[in-house]
Design a binder for this molecule. Structure first.
Ligand code: SAM
Length: 355
């Protein structure tokens, strides 16, 4: 609690020297977890309609004026960095459907030369931006790819865009940008294609990661029969390849359990979002595209910052103090889920939160 109280008193600290952005302040929550990672959703819009995320296209998107402007996002990052946040990921929705997303990444890099800057994308609009991503020294790209087969890709995403994603993947690898391929594990959909994923991890220097399907929102294709657990995935992969457990590289691996493949260039792993929570080591905050701070994926409590950011008389000091207070109250998601009656782990689908 001592540290968290000090983070609440962070307001009096002078603005971080732009040449030396290392901060002595930290965001520590009531459970002793230090928050170092901010996921910024640039938009809730997406050009795919993934069955696990937002298959229902009828849902309205957030109104343009309610989306945080790039200037406002820069201010949030400024405040976050001054409080010890060292890693920032742009996500969405699909970040590259927002105009000038790539230019915004470049602005972030110019302003925060030392942060670990990353992006999560479906890869459909990414290829042309790869030179810029290389130029700004992006820390890595998480590419969502649920199947290497055109038919299955269409079935999952509702769009025939696999070739564009694969072109982006090739361009990222050619540029030497670290890539993680994220596949949502869907029984009856991509479980019969495990060999493709193992082949990818064998032949390419990528981390292939299976994410357990989480019931989020009310419009996804969730049903218990679709659930393919991390343990089952590992057992199934084990039948195809010899796996060597790897020690976690901390923040580099995030919540994933990673395995080397004997004779392979890449690695394969699982994110057991449902079967084995990783709340103890959670170090993240999420900001939705309309400016709501979410301190836990599984808690529907969001704190509306947009009005404060647009209020002429509310300064950075006030916002810094608020960040400190909100982080102190960061919940343990697993505890929330235990007490929850319904199936869904959150009221919103991932596209509205920032995946
Ligand atoms: N458009 C970008 C993309 O496709 O990578 C970023 C946003 S998208 C919401 C990020 C990722 O969230 C998805 O690719 C998927 O891995 C994950 N995701 C979304 N809904 C999920 C769910 N119900 N269960 C598990 N993962 C989910």
């Amino acid at each position: 609690m001592g540290n968290s109280a000090s983070s609440c008193r962070a307001t009096n600290v002078s603005r971080t020297d732009p040449k030396n952005r290392a901060s002595s302040l930290m965001l520590v929550d009531a459970h002793g977890r230090t928050v170092r990672y901010l996921r910024l959703s640039l938009t809730d819009r997406c050009n795919l309609r993934c069955v696990y995320c937002r298959s229902n296209a009828r849902k309205c998107s957030i109104a343009h004026d309610d989306i945080l402007r790039y200037e406002e996002l820069l201010r949030v990052v400024d405040i976050a960095v001054s409080l010890g946040i060292g890693k920032v990921r742009l996500t969405g929705g699909e970040p590259f459907v927002r105009r000038d997303c790539a230019e915004f990444l470049a602005r972030l890099r110019r302003r925060f030369p030392d942060i670990d800057l990353r992006v999560t994308s479906n890869g459909t609009l990414l290829r042309e931006h790869v030179p810029l991503l290389k130029d700004i020294g992006i820390g890595g790209v998480n590419l969502s790819l649920d199947s290497f087969r055109r038919e299955t890709f269409m079935r999952v995403t509702g769009r025939d865009m696999l070739p564009r994603v694969l072109e982006s993947l090739d361009a990222l690898l050619a540029a030497g940008i670290p890539v993680k391929l994220n596949a949502v594990a869907l029984k009856g959909v991509n479980d019969g294609e495990l060999e493709d994923f193992v082949h990818a991890a064998r032949t390419m220097p990528v981390d292939v990661r299976f994410i357990e399907f989480m019931p989020m929102g009310s419009d996804t294709a969730w049903k218990p029969e679709r659930f393919w657990s991390a343990d089952d995935i590992l057992a199934d992969v084990g039948a195809l390849a010899t796996l060597v457990p790897e020690a976690s590289r901390g923040d580099m691996d995030g919540p994933a359990r990673m395995y080397g493949i004997v004779g392979g260039k890449g690695r394969i792993g699982v994110i057991s979002a449902m079967s084995q929570h990783f709340c103890k080591s959670c170090n993240r905050l999420r900001l939705t595209s309309d400016g709501r701070l979410r301190t836990c994926l599984f808690s529907d409590r969001e704190y509306r910052l947009r009005g404060l950011l647009r209020h002429g008389r509310i300064g950075d000091g006030h916002l810094r103090r608020l960040f400190g207070l909100l982080c102190v109250g960061k919940p343990v998601g697993a505890d929330i889920l235990q007490g929850r009656k319904g199936v869904a782990v959150s009221r919103k689908a991932m596209t509205g939160i920032g995946g």
